[in-house]
Structure formats: structure tokens, C-alpha cells
Design a protein around this ligand. Sequence first.
Ligand code: ZN
Length: 132
Amino acid sequence: MYIASLNSGSNANYYYIGNGQEALLIDAGLSCRETERRMKQLRLAMGQVKALFVSHEHADHISGVPGIAKKYQLPVYITATTMRHANLPLDAAMVRSFKHGKAVSVGALSVLPFRKSHDAADPHSFMVSWWR
Ligand SMILES: [Zn+2]
């Protein structure tokens, strides 16, 4: 498994998690162009990214979601409550839901969302594992 923080801090939060063949993005607090630049620097292939997970609706976590989801046709996993608060301009066909304690499979990667305590409508963290 490979984990990279594309950025963290109060201005932008962004994580890349992959197994060398498939990868996920967790949150997207950077523009599409900046994401591509940083991934290139880290030698991460955007083509391996299969989905994007949104932890909560704060701007530093979601500002880049519509751009990157649209450009790379990524399904966006987000709870209905977060979606309502985030007000993201996403194609409904790209939106997937998830529930606390219910693992989501993305290729060989498994993502277990769990609620966390944060000043947001429906914040979650994710535990990512890889079945090989
Ligand atoms: Zn926040």
C-alpha cells in the first residue's frame, strides 16, 4: 500500500492511497491542475485512481472535488447529508453513498468508513485495506 499526502493543513486536505495498480483519493482540497502537478512530482498515476471519497463538507476538503471528478470521471463517495451541506455541482450519476461501518469495495481496495468527531454535518474517516 502506498499513501501520500498531496496536501494537509487548514488550506487543503488531500490523500492518495493505492496498491500500485489501483488507487483512491480521499478528499480533494486542491484544484485539478495543482493535483496533477503534485501527483506528477510524486510519480503517482492519475490513471490508477478509481474513486474519490469525501470525509466532510469543509471547503479545504472539497474545493477540488467537482473538477477532478469530472475530468477523470471518478465516482464520488459521499454521504447524503454531506452532499446536502457541500452543495457540490456533481453529475448525479457520479455520486455514490456510503454508510458508517459498511465497507465499500473499489477494485481490490476495501474502504471502511467510520464516523468521527468533527465540527461538520456528517464527518467520516476511512480505513483502507487491500485484499490480494
Ligand atoms: Zn473540517
